[in-house]
Design a protein around this ligand. Structure first.
Ligand code: SF4
Length: 363
């Protein structure tokens, strides 16, 4: 990061972006605030989420929890329920813990510097730079996917952006261009430019103010930059959900740590190496829970539903299992299951796959 606070003439790059931005920017609610809490909230929600998808979540969070104190005081289940559908649930849990940290250790006030913000749990370089510049006018350049792309193309950087060591090169370059007197505007401008002009596919080069100085455009390398090596192929996991029901009760459990969807609710799970769960395997699993099938109410399992996460694919099948009697309390405790009515199940925080199943198939 640069500490140079002497105002110098903006570089061609900064000047073009600052001229472009006011004419093209989208009117988004978090651009009308200097409140570090609201800015932080928007940044956490927008990480790996498109603006269109994230906007309703931001509006919901800011109205449900107008201050960091409100968020800190909320029960985790409630926060996860508000987050439901955004994915990356560890971000929601981290966000909740960070709010509690701000209240507990900082008297409810966010640190006012980049270095101070980095001390907060779950706040990385990008988020710290965004808050420090947008809320406190600190001259620190943000680097997100949009910024990497714009810099790589305009300046012809060929370093692999999937490799952490490349970050330094991009950071140094961004730091040489961020103006001391308009750091927030510059950061907003470069991110917005990447989001709507210099897009991953089909950037609008024809009407681009940087066209004559853009390395990628001038060298016919727009589709080759930025260089990004492919992530490892995601592994596939086969989930067989036993949707155990008796009368108006459905049995669900809260997922534990060290796996996806920590803290969210799903059904009793049999994970297998194959796409099928045989009738014998299903019976054995119900037996192990001390349950007895109500054979008069047999239902077919669903087709496998695919859910793609960042590092794995889940192929989930739901097997409705009607029971003759409620499950014994001991078996429930051993399997981590609890009994819920449909409306209670509706209110629990759940992976979107589970929420969709309940909406569609549980009456
Ligand atoms: S000319 Fe094309 S590739 Fe270069 S900055 Fe403009 S939009 Fe991006």
């Amino acid at each position: 990061m640069t500490n140079n606070s002497v105002a110098t003439a903006p570089t061609f790059f900064a000047a073009a972006l600052l001229e472009w931005y006011p004419r093209h920017r989208r009117d988004l609610p978090w651009r009308h605030t200097r409140d570090p809490y609201a800015i932080w909230l928007s940044e956490v929600i927008l990480q790996q989420t498109r603006v269109k998808q994230g906007l309703p979540y931001y509006l919901d969070f800011i109205s449900s929890y107008p201050t960091v104190q409100d968020l800190a005081a909320a029960p985790e289940d409630e926060v996860l329920r508000h987050w439901q559908g955004l994915g990356y649930y560890s971000r929601a849990r981290n966000m909740h813990h960070t709010a509690q940290q701000v209240v507990r250790e900082y008297g409810g006030q966010f640190p006012t510097t980049y270095a101070g913000l980095l001390q907060l749990r779950g706040v990385g370089q990008y988020t710290a730079a965004a808050i420090a510049s947008f809320a406190f006018d600190e001259q620190v350049a943000v680097l997100d996917g949009n910024v990497f792309r714009v810099l790589a193309r305009v300046f012809g950087l060929t370093q692999d952006i999937a490799v952490p060591a490349s970050r330094k090169v991009f950071q140094q370059l961004a730091d040489t261009h961020i103006p001391a007197d308009q750091p927030a505007e510059f950061n907003q401008a470069i991110m917005e430019f990447g989001a709507i002009q210099c897009t991953p596919a089909k950037p609008d080069c024809l009407f681009c103010p940087l066209q004559s100085q853009c390395f990628a455009f001038q060298h016919g390398m727009v589709s080759e930059l930025p260089v990004k090596s492919k992530a490892k192929a995601a592994r596939t996991r086969h989930f067989h959900y036993l949707v155990l029901r008796h009368a108006d009760t459905v049995y669900m459990r809260k997922r534990g740590p060290k796996d996806i969807w920590e803290g969210l609710y799903d059904f009793h799970l049999q994970e297998t190496d194959t796409a099928e769960l045989s009738a014998t395997e299903l019976l054995t699993a119900v037996d192990a829970l001390g349950g007895q099938l109500d054979t008069s109410r047999a239902e077919e399992p669903t087709q496998a539903l695919r859910h793609v996460l960042s590092h794995q694919k889940v192929e989930a099948k739901f097997h409705p299992v009607w029971l003759r009697e409620p499950l014994p309390a001991q078996a429930l405790a051993a399997a981590g299951l609890s009994a819920f009515s449909r409306s209670q199940a509706e209110e629990l925080p759940k992976p979107i796959l589970i929420a969709n199943y309940i909406n569609k198939s549980i009456r």
